[in-house]
Design a protein. Sequence first.
Length: 157
Amino acid sequence: MSIAVPRSIEDGFAYVLMCADDPWKQMGAVWDSNNEFVEKGSYPAQAVGLMILRDAAERITVNGGDYLTITNAAGEEMKIYLPALDTTEDVTLYIGKDGATYYDIALSEVACAAPTGVAVRVNFQPAAATSPDGYYRDHGTAPGGHWGSAGAQDYGW
């Protein structure tokens, strides 16, 4: 497990990967301050949770969309998406199969959703060309409009 963007000062807080139904069954932890993983245990495939535990006086500060990357024994990686946090309380989250996090074990209260994979694709080609699959043409404005002399009408996107 590794942290994409560590945010604490000094010892800070730790992310602890655990079995969802038993927080004492811990798989490993990483301190936000040094981003070094410490393996704790190995368990059969099952639902997992994430405890974020703070050091004595430190605040847990996480920006929404920050993520952890976990790697299983087969070398497969997954991102765990974190909600915005600024608290002096420890936090427990539960992880969905897409890396989204939830505040409850039933996975009904979303903490931070995983990106949907929706992307804007841009296709620059002459207006006379056929648009490739998955693209649409937005003519934007009349010739000579605000897009300049080439104009949005000359390009598909």
